[in-house]
Write a protein that binds this ligand. Structure first.
Ligand SMILES: [Zn+2]
Length: 457
C-alpha cells in the first residue's frame, strides 16, 4: 500500500470527526436567525484551506451569505480545476420526523445522519480531504485547484450569481467539479454528463368582458377555457411530438454510443411504472423512458385554471382562462427561440374572439459534455479506481442553474460526480450519507487530481 492510501486509511476516523464538526453548525441559509451560524460555517470552510497553507483563502461578503474562495499553490503548466460546493443546508422541519436531532450527527448502520450530510457538506468535504492527502503525502498537489464554496445554494445563489461575471477571470478554469448529487444506485457510481434546460411560460386568454350564462350565450362567443384546451392540445400530438415549427431544428441528437450507454443502465420499466402508480408510460415515439427523461425535449402543462372550480354545477361561460406551461430543452435549443416559435403557434391556434398574452417566466439552456472529453475520461478512471467499477453515464432531466451559469459565464466543462444515493433524504427528515461513500469519494477525488493533471494543456 502506498503512502497515499495509508494516509487515507490512517485518517479515516479524523475525516469523519471533522465532517461531524461541520455538520454540527446549523447553517440553514433560509433562516434569518441562522446568520451567525452561516458566518461560522464559512469560516470553518476557510480554515480547512488555511491549514493546507493555500496562498489564497478568502471569505467574501455578499448581500446574503458569504462565499469562500481558495486557491492552491500554482503548478505551472498543469490544468486548473474549480471545485464548487455549498455549506448551506435546507431547513429541518418537520423536526419531529427526525430519528435523531438534525444537527447532532449520528451513525447508524454505516450511515451518518444529519442535515447537510449528503447535501452538500459531506460531498464537498471529500474534495478538500483529497487535497489534504496529496499535500501531506506528496508535499504538493499535481495541479491547480480553486474552490468556490457558497452559502446560498438552497435559496437561489444570488450572491454567487452577482460575483460570477465580474470575477470570471479569478474563477477561470479548465473544468468545474461538482459533487452535489447521486450515484445511479448503491455501488453504481455515475457521471452526469448532461442536463436539460427549461423554458417556462404563463399563458392567459381573455374572452368576453365578464363571465356569461352558458345557456344564454353559449355557442355564440368563444369560450376561453375551450380555446385554451384547443391551443394546448395543438402544441403536442398523440405521438409526443411538439408541434411548434422549427422546435426540433437545433436539438442535439443522441449519439449511438449514448444510446447504448443509456440502454445498458439497470433501469426496469415495469418497476418504474409500479413506483409511479401508472399502467403505462408515454412519451415521444421512438425513444426509451430514460432517453425521453434526459435527452429529449418535452412539453408539460404545469397548471391550468378557468371558470368554476367549486362544488356542484355552475352554468358559466368564463371570461378568462390560463395555464402555466414548461418545455424541457436539450442542447442546443435556446429558450428565446422556443418562445418565438411558441408565440407563432399560439397565434395560429387561437380562435377568434379571444385575446392572449404569453409571459416568459424563466429560461435556461441545457448542457452536455462530450463522453469522449478528456475530463470525463479522467473522472471515469478515477471513479473506477476508488469504487471498483466503471461509472455509468447518466443525464439529468432537470436543470441545475449554477451549472448552466458556470458553463455560460466561465465557458468551462462541468463534471458532475455525485457520491450520494437517491434515498439519502436530501431536503427531507433523516438526511444521511454513507460513510463508505464518503471515503470512496475522497479516494476518487484524490485520484481525479492525478488523472486530470495528466491532461495536456
Ligand atoms: Zn446541494
Amino acid at each position: 500500500m502506498n503512502a497515499f492510501n495509508q494516509y487515507l486509511e490512517d485518517h479515516a476516523a479524523d475525516f469523519e470527526a471533522e465532517l461531524c464538526e461541520f455538520l454540527r453548525i446549523p447553517s440553514v441559509s433560509a433562516d434569518a436567525a441562522c446568520k451567525p451560524q452561516m458566518d461560522r460555517a464559512a469560516q470553518w470552510v476557510a480554515e480547512r484551506f488555511r491549514r493546507l497553507d493555500f496562498p489564497v483563502v478568502e471569505v467574501i461578503p455578499t448581500a446574503g451569505h458569504p462565499l469562500v474562495f481558495a486557491q492552491s499553490p500554482t503548478v505551472p503548466g498543469a490544468p486548473t480545476i474549480l471545485v464548487y460546493g455549498h455549506y448551506d443546508v435546507q431547513p429541518v422541519d418537520p423536526l419531529d420526523q427526525w430519528t435523531t436531532p438534525p444537527f447532532e450527527p449520528t451513525v447508524r448502520d454505516g450511515k451518518l445522519f444529519a442535515r447537510g450530510a449528503t447535501d452538500d457538506k459531506g460531498q464537498l468535504l471529500t474534495h478538500v480531504k483529497s487535497a489534504e492527502a496529496w499535500i501531506r503525502t506528496a508535499g504538493k498537489l499535481p495541479l491547480n485547484l480553486k474552490y468556490m464554496i457558497e452559502g446560498e445554494e438552497e435559496i437561489g445563489s444570488a450572491g454567487l450569481e452577482e460575483f460570477l461575471k465580474p470575477n470570471s477571470k479569478r474563477l477561470k478554469c479548465n473544468c468545474v467539479v461538482i459533487s452535489d448529487g447521486c450515484q445511479f444506485a448503491p455501488g453504481v457510481p455515475a457521471i452526469t454528463y448532461g442536463l436539460r434546460g427549461i423554458a417556462y411560460f404563463e399563458l392567459r386568454l381573455t374572452g368576453p368582458n365578464r363571465d356569461l350564462h352558458s345557456g344564454s350565450f353559449g355557442g355564440s362567443v368563444t369560450n376561453p377555457a375551450n380555446a385554451l384546451a384547443q391551443i394546448l392540445a395543438g402544441l403536442i400530438d398523440r405521438h409526443g411530438k411538439i408541434k411548434i415549427p422549427g422546435f426540433y431544428r437545433r436539438v442535439l441528437p443522441l449519439s449511438d454510443r449514448e444510446r447504448s450507454e443509456l440502454a445498458a443502465l439497470p433501469f426496469d420499466e415495469q418497476e418504474y411504472q409500479r413506483q409511479l402508480g401508472v399502467d403505462g408510460t408515454f412519451g415521444e415515439e421512438g425513444y426509451t423512458s430514460l432517453e425521453r427523461r434526459w435527452a429529449r425535449p418535452t412539453f408539460d402543462v404545469c397548471g391550468l385554471w378557468s371558470g368554476f372550480q367549486g362544488e356542484g354545477a355552475k352554468t358559466v361561460l368564463p371570461a378568462n382562462a390560463g395555464a402555466k406551461i414548461s418545455f424541457r430543452l436539450v442542447p442546443n435549443q435556446k429558450p428565446e427561440q422556443v418562445a418565438d416559435g411558441l408565440r407563432k403557434q399560439i397565434a395560429k391556434l387561437c380562435p377568434p374572439g379571444i385575446t392572449w398574452e404569453l409571459t416568459d417566466l424563466h429560461g435556461a439552456p441545457g448542457v452536455v459534455v462530450a463522453l469522449d472529453s478528456p475530463y470525463v475520461e479522467a473522472a471515469a478512471r478515477a471513479i473506477e479506481s476508488a469504487f471498483g467499477r466503471r461509472p455509468v453515464f447518466t443525464r439529468e432531466g432537470g436543470s441545475i442553474p449554477i451549472v448552466v451559469r458556470f458553463a455560460q459565464v466561465l465557458k468551462t466543462t462541468p463534471l458532475l460526480i455525485g457520491w450520494g444515493q437517491d434515498d439519502d433524504n436530501a431536503h427531507s427528515p433523516n438526511e444521511k450519507f454513507s460513510l463508505a461513500d464518503f471515503h470512496r469519494g475522497i479516494k476518487a477525488s484524490a485520484k481525479l487530481w492525478e488523472e486530470l493533471s495528466k491532461i495536456k494543456m
